[in-house]
Write a protein that binds this ligand. Sequence first.
Ligand code: NZQ
Ligand code: ZN
Length: 399
Amino acid sequence: MTAQSETPALKAAPMQNFEFYNPTRIIFGENTIPKLAEQVPATARVLILFGGASAERNGTLPAVREALDGRFTREFGGIEANPTFETLMKAVELIRNEKLDFLLAVGGGSVIDGTKFVAAAVDFEGDPWSILTTHGANVKAAMPLGTVLTLPATGSEMNSFSVITRQATREKLAFGSPHVFPRFSVLDPTRTYSLPVRQIANGVVDSFVHIMEQYLTYPADGLAQDRFAEGLLLSLIEIGPKVVSEPENYTLRANFMWIATLALNGIIGVGMPQDWSTHSIGHELTARYDIDHARTLAIVLPSMLRVRKEAKRGKLLQYAARVWNLHNGTEDEQIEAAIVRTEKFFESLEIPTRLSAYEIGKDGIDPLLAQLEAHGMTALGEQSEVTLDVSRRVLQLSL
Ligand code: NZQ
Ligand code: ZN
């Protein structure tokens, strides 16, 4: 045990001052893609960005082309899951050469994140990779962008964050800037019907952990934020297994799509302490071992909660009682039962919660710690107490 991990739970802290700003217009519902015609300026020179073959195959790209009929458009495909700097810089070049002035992302979090980076990089003076190393602090402007979402998971459609991978150095870093909020996002739940089970399960777990990173810290007098977070968690637990097994159930897909957006559009986290250490460690796991983003979170979160049980005790008990209805036994028993339920929920979606499921043994931990150190991730979490030593214990517990 290190001194840091024995930090006692904070009893309660007052809600912090905050500013809330979110300018993204949401256009939600079946058959809403034609509304692009109202949102994209008539004279715009548009670049449509997408990933692999899915958007063409499921009819989304054809519907987008039809909605933009009459406008000047170019297309840029091939943005990878975990979008790479190398690929995105080719889009930047195309935009400069063709003097394009509006970006439309059609896809999941990777395409949207990639489009945000492109928007910030086009007129950026200096090395565009520094957008990532400064986490967006040096972004002073960006091209306007809109999105058509095909995968509910990241919340990228209504936030100002982006996560980019540099292939050459195997680094995965995040940036945020108010300049890259989408102007609008079209959310048509029927566009998710073609998602493979694995991606929809990933989306459930990713959005679940987004809520946990903003909720499971220490009590901070945010009554609405807490109840809002608990409502979203309960909704995900209720619909998670069904949304995976009933691909064409509109009600389920519509609810899931909106929950995933609400999980990370800023509203539940205002004025509250936030953690994000599970995400930081998870990004290193993806960069090094190519594990899907959501799967890295399922590996890290349960161990993080166990290792930081003392600092998180108050909220863990609240989570056990309000989300899992656990009221009996000692405090420690209630907390452990809530963590076990969380793991079982992830496993029920066929998302493994152990490193061994990816054939990563104890030798795999040191390289991850070296990456965390190289990226300055040495004091993570709501109380900056997730040192490299704490991260090591979390990863060891996840073996
Ligand atoms: O490439 P295509 O052929 O389009 O296939 C994609 C991709 O392979 C497929 N897909 C998407 N929509 C589909 C579909 N297949 C069939 N039907 C559809 N309707 O799904 C695969 C995965 O897509 P991806 O966009 O990579 O998934 P996701 O939305 O989970 O995004 C993950 C990325 O977002 C980052 C992650 O780190 C990762 O790089 N995150 C972004 C955040 C943000 N901007 O706020 C926060 C998150 O915590 C996360 O870090
Ligand atoms: Zn995430």
